[in-house]
Design a protein around this ligand. Structure first.
Ligand code: NAD
Length: 267
């Protein structure tokens, strides 16, 4: 395997399942030591850590709820105690609490915004503070640090029944772009990944029956549902110096979902 991230430490939030687990494994396969953050599933996190170790990589699990400032700060200081510093943050933790707009409770709204948007703010702020303190280590990377935000095609495509989720991802888009603009002078590189439909627990009802999967495929010109490793590959590239001139973008990894396939001519 390539070792583009050798001697680098990466923190991946919400890495005990789904896309986060795929990203953690891809970064580890590329040479990074990976912190597998989780909020509740220590078994899931330990499984990911073990898979990375079995593959010859380096990983450890740390528990923290990304929506809680004290827990986030504790996690980042644990990482610094353990590794001295870190170079890559993947802001992946996220969830859905779906409801028709008129039925959506304030709790449902605040819960999703708290994890998906405030969680990304809290983690990115801690990362930026450390990257600015440490600066560039030219033998390790041309950037002082890399922040990758897990957004969604729903930073672009409105999504009925998911106003809280779509608002959180729209927020992530301008959070990412604003901190990319603000932190570029420190040589901190900030980008997002916008996954389309990826097979994970978050959306299992959309792909686990054949009927649902076929319905979903009508939205995907490339005609397959994505896998966590598709996002892992994109994250490893965005974290590496191969993408050194890529800054402030959302890289959609979606099999063409953002091509608005509903506008294809019939027949
Ligand atoms: P998932 O449910 O498998 O993973 C989400 C992870 O976040 C879980 O490990 C969960 O434990 C963790 N998490 C939830 N709340 C947390 C908190 N407060 N603190 C720390 N961790 C927390 O789903 P996934 O599909 O892998 O989602 C990962 C990210 O990808 C999310 O941000 C999601 O919005 C985004 N995404 C997913 C898809 C898709 O099709 N699966 C598409 C677009 C974007």
């Amino acid at each position: 395997a390539r070792q583009r991230l050798k001697n680098q430490v990466a923190i991946v939030t919400g890495a005990s399942s789904g896309i986060g687990a795929g990203v953690a494994k891809a970064l580890a396969a590329d040479g990074a030591a990976v912190v597998v953050n989780y909020s509740s599933s220590s078994a899931g996190a330990e499984k990911v850590v073990q898979e990375i170790k079995d593959d010859g990589g380096c990983a450890m699990a740390i528990k923290a709820d990304v929506s809680q400032e004290d827990q986030v700060q504790r996690m980042f200081s644990q990482v610094k105690d353990q590794f001295g510093t870190f170079h890559i943050l993947v802001n992946n933790a996220g969830l859905q609490k779906d409801a028709a707009f008129v039925d959506m409770t304030l709790d449902q709204w605040q819960y999703v915004l708290g994890v998906n948007l405030t969680g990304q703010f809290l983690c990115a702020r801690e990362a930026a503070r450390e990257f600015i303190r440490r600066g560039v280590q030219p033998e390790i990377s041309t950037a002082a640090g890399k922040i990758i935000c897990m957004s969604s095609v729903h930073e672009l495509i409105p999504w009925a029944g998911h106003a809280n989720y779509a608002a959180s991802k729209g927020g992530v888009m301008l959070l990412m772009k604003t901190i990319a603009q603000e932190l570029a002078g420190y040589k901190i590189r900030v980008n997002s990944i916008g996954p389309g439909a990826i097979k994970t627990p978050i959306n299992h009802e959309a792909w686990e029956t054949e009927e649902a999967a076929n319905q979903l495929l009508t939205l995907i010109p490339y005609n397959r549902i994505g896998e966590p490793r598709d996002i892992g590959e994109a994250a490893a590239w965005l974290a590496s110096d191969e993408s050194d001139y890529v800054h402030g973008i959302t890289l959609f990894v979606d099999g063409g979902m953002t091509l608005f396939p509903g506008f294809r001519a019939n027949g």
